[in-house]
Design a protein. Structure first.
Length: 118
């Protein structure tokens, strides 16, 4: 895929995955989930979807198990909504970037509080 088309397709896939995840009724997906990024291969045959949860990496791993079980349904929904020639095979990966970002924010807030005390 060309650079611009690949980027556009990647963002479309990410948007549709988020919409489909909201519709799923799996109890393993009760955490506040975030699709951090989607990496689509150059031939659009596969895509890695990085999932993060606000509750931590354990919640993200549980959600990934649920999403892996529903990957066929999610793939079919994406193919129908986007009308792609080739819908990529989805692989879900747990990511702790949201948790890491929250830790950074807490550290910055403590530094800010210490600075105001001085």
């Amino acid at each position: 895929m060309a650079g611009y088309k690949k980027d556009r397709t990647t963002e479309d896939i990410k948007r549709e995955i988020i919409a489909v995840i909201r519709e799923l009724k799996d109890p393993r997906l009760q955490a506040m989930l975030t699709v951090v990024r989607v990496d689509v291969s150059s031939d659009a045959s596969s895509a890695k979807v990085y999932i993060s949860a606000l509750e931590g990496i354990e919640s993200a791993q549980t959600a990934v198990e649920g999403l892996a079980g529903a990957s066929g349904f999610i793939r079919r929904e994406i193919g129908g909504r986007l009308r792609l020639r080739k819908t990529p095979e989805l692989t879900f990966v747990a990511d702790n970037s949201v948790e890491h970002g929250m830790e950074i924010i807490k550290k910055l807030n403590t530094l800010k509080a210490e600075r105001h005390e001085d």
